[in-house]
Ligand binder design. Structure first.
Ligand code: GLN
Ligand code: ZN
Length: 759
């Protein structure tokens, strides 16, 4: 038998039942018992769905009220001592306090799980970190699954990855020597022994750091750690995903574990290496069904790929999704409004399980046993290859026939900036903002009412114009040199454009957990992208009509447009990005024609879109930066292109950022005390630069002295004639009151330094 297993399944519920239950519990509207009931029901349904599809081992430990990494920390008793909680008797209330903070303690930090949009709680390591296993909850869930008649395989984040992802709260030396080996490993082994005592046979331990460029000391930890865990009475399958681990095939083959899982969607080439070199007396679990996207697999191809592996590994070939299905939406069946043809190409988590069931049957009983399913899969693939909804010859031709140098502005920056300064007439230290102004409840209500048809188009239009007019008036009063319209009409910076572009579609329930009870519903890029009509010209020109200052138009860049969406997988990502770039370029040129001669193209997602492996960075950055340039190409020298990036560390990619050749870049720097900016200074970033001079993520109004400190630091590293003054990021999550106060400080300090510079 070829075991069909999986490491995780969406846990929020097909209609986000868990989210609503958790939030009701937080508000005191639901009791803990009621919340537990909802949770148990979700687990029951999930396991039943998995079993019905043919899964041999269902995961336990993938369910969580907030985050499974936090759950594991609690199971191991490795929670931060600053909360003063008794790890052995942690209550649900306290669990949520770890995640969300309480009256005296800040929440534990959160960060993105590798290159996904899922945020995990970052372990805190300090000299006094200790562990005390408390497997009560995990064991209860194991019993629960068994009572429902399932064979189980708990899945846990591995000790090396957990140690690596944890953050040192003080300097106590090496995390491997001080945390992993002496403290975490004994606890982890103890946990496995307790699971063995519960009758657990298989356990999956995920070590995704193996797929990143981890330093040798971490690789060296694998042998001693897994030697220790091998003697606990459970059989271990070591999970990897999100990139290839072919370079570690020898190491993996030599570890005393019973098998490995590899992601052959992200790294198809590693299958040949493992098929060739991995010991056949161990389990090789192959992930050929994409756990991170929404498309049906080509089942014939999957089976044809697996058959030779099966011939060699026999029953030691296991099959699974490429990674936990946590990262894909749950069930396509609940979608009622998707175009039927587009829907016929898709598979969400529930459908992916069915696909795996088909693959399993084919491996065991031959392709003929699933002839009907393969016929349907082949038909979907053939339809996708030619369907007119997807394929737009004009878009393909335009991209194929781009002339050489099509991604270059007319003149180099040194000339462009002169042409820009000639009409813009900006003072020294010009001021601007990043785009959005507070998204008040009125704005959101107006948009919701408009969508529901309760507000007429004319009334909606008037409501948005009123907001825009207010924004412009405020900026006039503040004396901001390059104002913005405030983005009131935008629900979300990707969705807003996706809705107006051909090639994008939207689901009703395609939610994916982002953090805690928060879910996002990414748009789906299913086909060639083009822009039938101007998207922002109407609002930007309205805003411009209210002021003599140069109104800044606002677009979302090609990389961010795909990174925060589900993307088609039938053409290379680079092509998708360039198609979006050309659509954006149409908008840039239309804005220019309409008199909007300062245009910002936001790329906040560039850093997180980068491949996990450094060796792949260059290739990615080449086409990503080319895409950005393509979006702004053809603009007159006198048109000023801005870009904005945030939440990012990009010291190591400054040359790529410079190659984007935006006239002005605004970046988030205030939270790191301008640290990043020093790198820009050392690098001698050639174009204009606007480091954020205050943190917009907090309602706190900075003091004049704080803003002055940051601005002076910026003046030390950036030539003053290249320097802009602006907040860190968009203001949409802020309230108006603090926004006005914060911007007043920014302007006051700028005036002060301007006066000083004049002398
Ligand atoms: N222009 C966008 C805004 O101001 C940028 C958002 C972002 O950087 N994430 O909201
Ligand atoms: Zn930002």
């Amino acid at each position: 038998m070829n075991t069909f297993h999986l490491s995780g399944y969406p846990r929020v519920g097909a209609k986000r039942e868990l989210k609503f239950a958790v939030e009701a519990y937080w508000k005191g509207a639901k009791s803990e018992a009621e919340l537990q009931e909802t949770a148990a029901e979700i687990r029951r349904l999930n396991w039943a769905t998995q079993k019905a599809a043919g899964a041999d081992l269902v995961p336990v430990g993938d369910f969580s009220f907030y985050d499974h990494v936090l759950d594991l920390l609690c199971t191991l008793g490795g929670i931060p001592s600053r909360f003063g909680f008794d790890a052995a008797n942690l209550t649900l209330e306290q669990y949520f306090q770890l995640a969300r903070g309480n009256a005296t303690q800040m929440a534990m930090e959160m960060t993105k799980w590798f290159d996904t949009n899922y945020h995990f709680i970052v372990p805190e390591w300090s000299a006094d970190t200790s562990f005390k296993v408390n497997a009560k909850n995990l064991i209860a869930q194991i019993k629960e699954a068994k009572a429902q008649g399932h064979d189980i395989k708990p899945t846990l984040v591995g000790p090396i990855t957990l140690t690596y992802l944890g953050k040192k709260k003080e300097d106590f030396g090496c995390r491997i020597e001080k945390i992993l080996l002496p403290k975490l490993l004994p606890a982890y082994a103890q946990l496995l022994r307790e699971l063995a005592a519960e009758g657990v046979d298989w356990i999956q331990i995920d070590e995704p750091i193996l797929a990143t460029d981890v330093a040798q000391v971490w690789l060296d930890a694998f042998a001693p750690v897994y030697k220790e865990l091998a003697n606990t009475g459970v059989r271990i399958i070591l999970g990897t995903y999100f990139a290839g681990v072919a370079e570690h095939v020898k190491l993996l083959g030599s570890l005393p574990v019973h098998g490995v899982h590899i992601d052959c969607v992200r790294a198809p080439e590693q299958l040949a290496v493992f098929a060739e070199q991995f010991p056949t007396n161990k389990v090789l679990s192959v992930g050929l069904i994409d756990g991170r996207n929404v498309w049906k697999a080509n089942l014939t191809q999957v089976i044809d790929t697996l058959e030779p592996v099966k011939a060699k590994f026999q029953n030691n070939l296991w099959i699974a999704p490429s990674c936990s299905l946590l990262h894909s939406p749950q069930d396509l069946a609940v979608e009622e409004k998707l175009n039927g043809e587009i829907k016929s190409w898709m598979a969400f988590a529930a459908q992916k399980l069915v696909e795996l069931g088909v693959v399993k049957r084919a491996l065991e009983h031959g392709k003929d046993s699933v002839a009907a399913e393969l016929k349907a899969s082949d038909a979907a693939a053939a339809d996708r290859a030619t369907n007119k909804l997807i394929h737009n010859d004009a878009v393909k031709a335009r991209l194929a026939n781009l002339p050489k140098g099509a991604d270059q502005r007319k003149s180099p920056f040194a000339e462009r900036i002169k042409a820009q300064q000639a009409w813009m007439n900006l003072p020294i230290l010009p001021t601007t903002t990043i785009g959005s102004f507070p998204q008040t409840t009125e704005i959101r209500h107006a948009r919701a009412a408009f969508k529901k048809g309760e507000l007429s188009a004319a009334d909606y239009d008037a409501a948005m114009k009123k907001e825009i007019a207010y924004c412009v008036e405020v900026q006039e009063k503040l004396n901001i040199d390059v104002p913005v319209h405030g983005e009131a009409e935008r629900n979300d910076m990707v969705e807003y454009f996706g809705e107006q572009l051909q090639g994008y579609c939207f689901t009703q329930f395609g939610w994916v957990q982002s953090y805690g009870s928060r879910c996002v519903k990414p748009p789906i890029i299913f086909g060639d992208v083009s822009r039938p009509n101007p998207m922002t010209v109407y609002w930007s020109t309205y805003a411009q009509s209210l002021t003599k200052r140069p109104m800044k138009g606002m677009l979302t860049g090609p990389v961010t447009m795909f990174k925060w969406s589900f993307v088609r997988n039938d053409i290379p990502l680079s092509e998708v990005a360039k198609q979006i770039a050309l659509a954006l370029n149409d908008e840039v040129l239309d804005l220019e024609k309409a008199g909007i001669k300062v245009i910002q193209i936001d790329e906040p997602a560039i850093r997180e879109a980068m491949p996990l492996k450094k060796s792949q960075w260059k290739e990615f950055l080449d086409w990503a930066c080319e895409s950005f340039r393509l979006s702004s190409t053809g603009a007159e020298d006198s048109t000023q292109i801005h870009t904005h990036m945030c939440y990012s560390e990009f010291n190591d990619i400054l040359d790529a950022i410079a190659s984007m050749d935006a006239d002005v870049i605004t970046i988030e720097t205030s939270r790191s005390d301008m640290e990043l900016l020093t790198a820009f200074g050392d690098f001698k970033y050639p174009n204009d630069i606007g480091p954020g001079v205050y943190d917009i993520h907090s309602p706190r109004v900075p003091t004049d002295a704080e803003v002055e400190h940051l601005l002076r630091k910026a003046m030390e590293v950036v030539p003053v004639e290249r320097l802009w003054v602006n907040p860190d990021c968009g203001l949409k999550t802020r309230g108006w009151k603090e926004t006005l106060e914060q911007l007043e400080v920014m302007m006051r300090v700028t005036e002060k330094l301007r006066a000083e510079l004049k002398k």
